[in-house]
Design a protein around this ligand. Structure first.
Ligand SMILES: Nc1ncnc2c1ncn2[C@@H]1O[C@H](COP(=O)(O)OP(=O)(O)OP(=O)(O)O)[C@@H](O)[C@H]1O
Ligand SMILES: [Mg+2]
Length: 277
């Protein structure tokens, strides 16, 4: 009887200990080479599990923060999150290195985006990023009809601020409402592609207006965003014109001057474009 009790106690201690310390999983056997069962391990991760990479770096999993079509995002404590690729290893699209490539183009853009801690990351295996207290995404509000506790005006005013920060871009890879999260105060870009096209000429399109599902926004809001963006573009054109002087010669310099001068009236005459296609 005493033996049975001892055994039960032993199992209990083992159970509590395994809950508290979690299991440990080697995710990459060699640099960039996934360990066998990689996908299964990711699917079954539990709080307190440890994941280990080929460089011996070890992270404790606090919880799963989210999952998209390509990435698993884990809370690793200390205000940080880990991005892991969930696609088959031969699938190169939307890889972690694409995220890094896009980050290098967007980090100083003024667009609120997730910080990537490059010096702590190993892009062939994982990225350490800033953890955002995402309450919901724009997609949930626009497409899924999610009722947030915030006033609609608050969300739209903040979205207008977000839109303005994208003004100088003609294109931002994979920009769609599911990539824009609400952190309680502002909209923040959580995910992006590697292609980021900065406008060369002021008349090129606006990345934000071309966003997939832009047409789901209320019409008044779309008109407002459009007119504010155009006004901002006009301001930039005018202030830029001051710096353009004809250099007194023909050829390339003069053509450029004429090219720039022509932009202003066209901006004023342009009619609002309300839909994304
Ligand atoms: N830095 C972060 N902090 C907290 N939660 C995050 C963070 N990044 C992403 N998430 C959560 O994880 C979810 C999926 O992230 P993400 O869009 O980056 O995945 P993905 O697989 O790359 O997406 P896609 O399917 O668009 O390619 C987000 O909707 C969000 O809820
Ligand atoms: Mg995404």
């Amino acid at each position: 009887m005493a033996f049975v009790k001892f055994r039960a106690l032993f199992y209990l201690i083992f159970l509590v200990a395994s809950q508290a310390f979690g299991a440990s999983y080697q995710l990459f056997s060699e640099p960039g080479v996934r360990a066998r069962g990689y996908s299964g391990i990711l699917q079954n991760l539990q709080p307190n599990d440890q994941i280990v990479f080929s460089n011996e770096r070890r992270f404790t999993v606090y919880r799963v923060l989210g999952e998209g079509g390509n990435t698993l995002v884990l809370d690793i404590g200390d205000g940080k999150a880990l991005r892991l690729n969930t696609r088959p290893s031969n699938y190169k699209q939307f890889s972690l290195s694409w995220y890094v490539e896009g980050y290098s183009k967007l980090k100083d853009s003024g667009i609120p985006i997730v910080k990537v801690f490059l010096e702590e990351s190993l892009p062939s295996e994982y990225l350490v990023v800033e953890k955002i207290p995402v309450e919901f995404t724009l997609d949930q509000v626009l497409v899924e009809g999610f009722q947030s506790p915030y006033k609609t005006e608050t969300l739209y005013e903040a979205l207008l601020d977000f839109a303005m920060t994208t003004e100088r871009y003609a294109g931002i890879g994979d920009l769609k409402p599911a990539q824009i999260g609400w952190d309680g105060k502002k909209w923040i870009l959580l995910d992006w592609g590697k292609t980021v096209v900065q406008k060369k000429w002021y008349l090129e399109g606006f990345a934000f207006l071309d966003m997939k599902y832009f047409e789901k926004l209320p019409e008044e809001f779309r008109v407002l965003v459009h007119s504010r963006l155009v006004a901002l573009r006009r301001e930039r054109c005018i202030s830029n014109l001051r710096f353009w002087k004809w250099n007194g010669k023909g050829g390339h310099g003069m053509n450029e001057y004429r090219e720039k001068s022509r932009e202003q009236p066209r901006v004023i005459l342009e009619s609002p474009r309300l839909t994304s296609n």
